[in-house]
Design a binder for this molecule. Structure first.
Ligand code: GDP
Ligand code: MN
Length: 378
């Protein structure tokens, strides 16, 4: 679960990280009212679940109310790479002397979280990692979090001034603690700013909570903003499907994560591009198939759909029933290729056959067929 900046800053505040005051507005009037209380110069910041807002024109520093009114009007409703801005965070502008980076992520290879810090903050950290990797220090974290001596070493890497190091070290420790206690998959401050009066501030917050840990944090579940997420992903989650949107044109409905991956590999192998990963799971619930079809047919990029079902616990006839029910409800013109084999395969074929549909049993053949259909539809 991806959090908005203002939500991330709220969590930062709750663990004692230095965050400037701020409030969210959904109109220029509200923005003016907030800035009137918090003071100018102010920053208006688009609240969308995507980074690089500054570059896209979604972050503006303003000196006077008339500038804020104009900029707020421009940012609200703005489209930032497919994300519509509905709310802006209004916060007093800090005077920035230096911009640092601090983030905790999971290092999958090392099988442990890692704190990354860089004196080249403010900008895209991936770019820093690529162009000047020596400007990033990595500190792996064990079960005890970030010990003080390692936090101090990281602070020294960022700034040579003792006074600033003393302010930075606790920020790094608290960030590492927040990452662990809230089961984050990312906790990032960029920029972590130093002001001319030698104060340190978290001016941005990027927090991603591991969805699989949300049961342990019932208080955080309410932070989810379905309106800002991909509608397909929202519907999939509600219906208990495991769905990930990809870039291609071939919709996939598969039972089992392993088979779903093998299916995507095979599509790629034969020169096609999957539009999604979608696992309807091991259940025999026709509703899930209907939900899957409704997600895929709403996706304008999908040119053809492949059903790849290996009947074990999942029964082929249930999937066929779900598909037919979905077609009755949705009535799509998208070509559908079906491959099924295993439990109740016969019954499934009879059900589909009665509606003039055939199912293949060879996976390779089915993948080639769906790629051909997608190409014809393009
Ligand atoms: P992002 O582009 O989505 O990562 O949004 P950020 O919150 O990081 O803002 C982008 C940039 O706006 C920052 O790198 C800063 O240079 C600038 N910015 C953000 N907050 C302030 C502020 O309080 N004062 C000043 N002067 N600049 C700010
Ligand atoms: Mn940022």
């Amino acid at each position: 679960m991806n959090l908005h900046e203002y939500q991330g800053k709220e969590l930062f505040r709750s663990v004692g990280l230095p965050v400037p005051p701020g409030e969210v507005a959904s109109s220029a009037e509200e923005a003016l009212e907030i800035a009137g209380r918090l003071g100018y110069p102010a920053v208006a910041k688009a609240q969308v679940l995507i980074g690089g807002r500054g570059k896209a024109g979604g972050v503006k520093v303003v000196k006077r109310p008339e500038d804020l009114a104009r900029e707020a009007g421009k940012i609200l409703g703005m489209d930032i790479r497919g994300h519509t801005v509905r709310r802006i965070l209004i916060t007093p502008a800090a005077e920035i002397e230096r911009e640092y980076y601090a983030g905790v992520v999971l290092d999958r290879k090392a099988e442990t979280p890692v704190l990354m810090v860089s004196p080249a903050g403010g900008i895209d950290i991936e770019e820093v990692a690529r162009a000047t990797p020596e400007k990033i220090l990595r500190v792996h974290l064990d079960g005890r979090g970030l010990p003080a001596y390692r936090a101090r070493a990281a602070a020294r890497f960022l700034d040579s001034r003792f006074e600033i190091q003393r302010a930075l070290a606790p920020v790094l420790i608290r960030l590492a603690r927040l990452y662990r206690e809230l089961d984050c998959s990312l906790a990032e401050i960029n920029p972590l700013a130093v002001t001319p009066d030698k104060k340190v501030w978290a001016l941005d917050a990027k927090v991603v909570i591991d969805d699989n840990a949300l049961d342990r944090h019932p208080d955080l579940a309410g932070l989810r903003d379905p309106g800002a997420e991909d509608p397909g992903e929202v519907e999939a989650r509600e219906k208990g499907l495991s769905y990930v949107r990809l870039d291609g044109t071939i919709g996939c409905v598969v039972n089992g994560a392993g088979l779903a991956m093998a299916t995507m590999d095979l599509i790629q192998h034969h020169g096609g591009k999957p539009a999604n990963f979608l696992d309807i799971g091991g259940s025999s619930n026709p509703d899930k198939v209907t939900a899957a079809m409704s997600i895929l047919t709403r996706d304008a990029r999908v040119r053809a759909v492949l059903f790849n079902i290996f009947g074990g616990i999942t029964r082929c006839d249930d999937v066929a029933r779900g598909l037919l029910a979905a077609l009755d409800r949705i009535g799509t013109k998208i070509p559908i290729v079906i491959r099924l084999t295993g439990t109740n395969e016969r019954e499934a074929r009879d059900l589909l056959g009665a509606r003039g549909m055939t199912a293949l049993s060879d996976m390779d053949e089915a993948v080639r067929a769906v790629i051909a259909r997608a190409a014809e539809a393009a």
